[in-house]
Design a protein around this ligand. Structure first.
Ligand code: FMN
Length: 322
């Protein structure tokens, strides 16, 4: 996630360290506050690089080259931000480029002095992987404006995906797919995996929930393609539901930031992982499964007008868990 260090200074590094220790991948954003070359030092075998395709193809291609030179194993290409979405809450809160400070914002800062002191101590978070492309001499706001413009290309097409595929010799995963036809086209472009994601509902307001479209995407691509799902995984049983509905993996974003916000960079990320694991184990026990490998569609019950629930208990008796 971009600018995670706004939550607390050092968040990117803490997440990378805990990911390596827990043997799970950490996807560093193009818009992260920490340079990719630094993160790979902390998690050499667990760092993925999330690529935003920007306005200038030379910068996009150079980011791909740097990721390759740094030894990153997996490129995660996000395709659901051809331009920033209209985020009404950000507009209301003045979280825009440039920032629009408001009385409400000043009061909010005054009510969180510990956070404020930490943030001041950490310095203004920048987009470090993009810093070298920014015109020299600008301050943090000039840099943020430059990045916002670069990322608002308004253009993203399959030729671009094919070009990036040609530059990247390792695993490439495409993030932000919600339609079976796009999933098929991604496979034709030679990707190794698909992230079914609506960007956490932060882009197109009318986009469907990823869990709703997951079964149709699984059907479109078959059983031998890795499907990852994100947007709304908040508990271990959400993970179990996603796996039973056809995902091979999930990606988790905001809960890690919540962990860092609540418990700090040392305790927060590990505690978040522990909560997810405990809840997953508990849900599996309730479903009568030994491992996630035992999960399949028969563990789901789909209400005609409601969300996806777990349904199977020990012995196959169908009873509603949630
Ligand atoms: C603060 C914030 C920053 C994000 N930055 C990025 C980003 O730089 N690149 C990206 O592909 N997705 C980004 N996302 C989207 C997340 O990767 C993820 O798709 C989304 O938050 C849904 O997952 P979640 O519900 O577990 O948070 C961001 C989300 C948030 C909340």
């Amino acid at each position: 996630m971009g600018l995670a260090n706004l939550v607390r200074p050092g968040t990117d590094e803490a997440l990378a360290r805990v990911a390596a220790k827990s043997n799970i991948p950490y996807a560093l954003s193009t818009a992260a506050s920490t340079r990719m070359e630094r993160i790979i030092e902390l998690a050499p075998s667990h760092t993925w690089f999330q690529l935003y395709v920007g306005r200038d193809p030379l910068i996009t291609d150079d980011l791909v080259r740097r990721a390759k030179d740094a030894g990153i194993s997996t490129l995660l290409v996000t395709v659901d931000i051809p331009a920033p979405g209209k985020r009404v809450r950000d507009l209301t809160n003045g979280l825009t480029v440039p920032l629009r400070p408001s009385l409400k914002g000043v009061i909010d800062l005054a009510l969180h002095p510990r956070w404020l002191l930490q943030a001041i101590g950490g310095g203004t978070p920048r987009f470090e992987s993009l810093e070298q492309y920014s015109p020299a001499g600008g301050g943090p706001m000039a840099h943020a404006t430059y990045v916002a413009q670069h990322l608002s290309s308004g253009q993203l097409d399959w030729d671009t995906i094919n070009r990036i595929r040609g530059l990247w010799p390792h695993h490439m995963v495409i993030k932000g797919i919600l339609h079976p036809e796009d999933a098929r086209r991604a496979l034709k472009a030679g990707v190794n995996g698909i992230v079914v994601s609506n960007h956490g509902g932060r882009q197109l307001d009318a986009a469907p929930a990823s869990i709703e479209v997951l079964p149709s995407i699984r059907e479109a691509v078959g059983q031998h393609v890795s499907i990852l799902l994100d947007s709304g995984i908040r508990s271990g049983d959400d993970i179990v539901r996603a796996l039973a509905a056809g995902a091979d993996f999930v990606l988790i974003g905001r809960p890690f930031l919540y962990g860092v916000a609540a418990l700090g960079i040392e305790q927060g990320p590990g505690r978040a992982i522990q909560i997810f694991l405990d809840e997953m184990r508990n849900t599996l026990v309730h479903l009568g499964c030994r491992t996630v490998g035992d999960l399949d569609g028969s563990h789901l019950w789909q209400s005609p007008d409601g969300p996806v629930h777990q349904s199977r208990a020990v012995g196959g008796a169908h009873h509603l868990q949630k």
